[in-house]
Design a protein around this ligand. Structure first.
Ligand code: ADP
Ligand code: MG
Length: 240
């Protein structure tokens, strides 16, 4: 599981995380919502150790992410992360993009890495795009490729940072369907999202970020049906 305990994080004078607490159990899907600049992306990058924290603790399966003794490269293999901004290697085919990390990071043989990549590309519905270059894919297909690339490392956790926000509206559904598929398969996921339908229908809990803290964390039924915090109410009114 992922345990976030009283985490504080500043960028210079700007305190972005002001005591964040959240525990995500194995198999749980937590959607994180909140206004722009509220610290959602920062939280994700702290979870996989891309950013240091100022105080508090983040534990992944009991390993403290920011402890000096922690092997961050090893820990990160457990945590797949997919961003809003797609970043494929344009000169490599879809298959080569997905085999790259298993080969370079895990030292897998070409054949083994390709078998895993093909499996994960089929999984996200891109089994017919193996030899295509990323530039020929639609935005939705590119994001699904990014998800396959993360899955090829066999992570225990997946973090998604607004993976549908840059997409044309008609492409959002295919990516959300892929996230739902992973959720149904039992993947443990933290999804920063603006898709309220997804947050309501797919997540086990919804967390609302406001001014550096998780102001409200609740099951979707309570969260959307009877939000307790005035800022949650305001936010939900603004997105409805
Ligand atoms: P969100 O994802 O909720 O939109 P972010 O976590 O990206 O918010 O950013 C929270 C705040 O931290 C913003 O004010 C942003 O400008 C600031 N911030 C994010 N990353 C950095 C950075 N690397 N250096 C300085 N400030 C940053
Ligand atoms: Mg963000």
């Amino acid at each position: 599981m992922i345990e976030i305990k009283n985490v504080h994080k500043s960028f210079g004078p700007l305190e972005v995380l002001k005591g964040v607490d959240l525990t995500v159990e194995k198999g749980e899907v937590v959607s994180v919502i909140g206004g722009s600049g509220s610290g959602k992306s920062t939280l994700l990058t702290c979870i996989n150790g891309l950013e240091p924290i100022n105080s508090g603790k983040i534990l992944v399966d009991g390993t403290e992410v920011h402890a000096k003794s922690t092997d961050l490269n090893k820990l990160r293999r457990k945590i797949g992360i997919v961003f809003q901004q797609f970043n494929a290697f344009p000169h490599l085919t879809v298959l080569e993009n997905v085999t790259l990390a298993p080969r370079k990071v895990l030292g897998m043989a070409k054949g083994e890495a390709e078998a895993i990549a093909v499996k994960q590309l089929n999984h996200v519905g891109l089994g017919d795009k193996l030899k295509v270059y990323p530039g020929r894919l639609s935005g939705g297909q590119q994001q699904r490729m990014a998800i396959a690339r993360a899955l090829a490392m066999n992570p225990a956790y997946m973090l998604f940072d607004e993976v549908t926000s840059a997409l044309d509206p008609q492409l959002v559904g295919e990516v959300l369907d892929t996230l739902k598929l992973l959720a149904d398969e039992g993947m443990t996921m933290i999804c920063v999202t603006h898709e309220m339908g997804f947050a309501r229908d797919v997540s086990n809990r919804v967390a609302f970020f406001h001014k550096g803290i998780l102001a409200e964390v609740a099951a979707p039924k309570e969260f959307f049906g009877a939000p307790q915090h005035p800022e949650t109410q305001k936010f939900l009114a603004s997105v409805r």
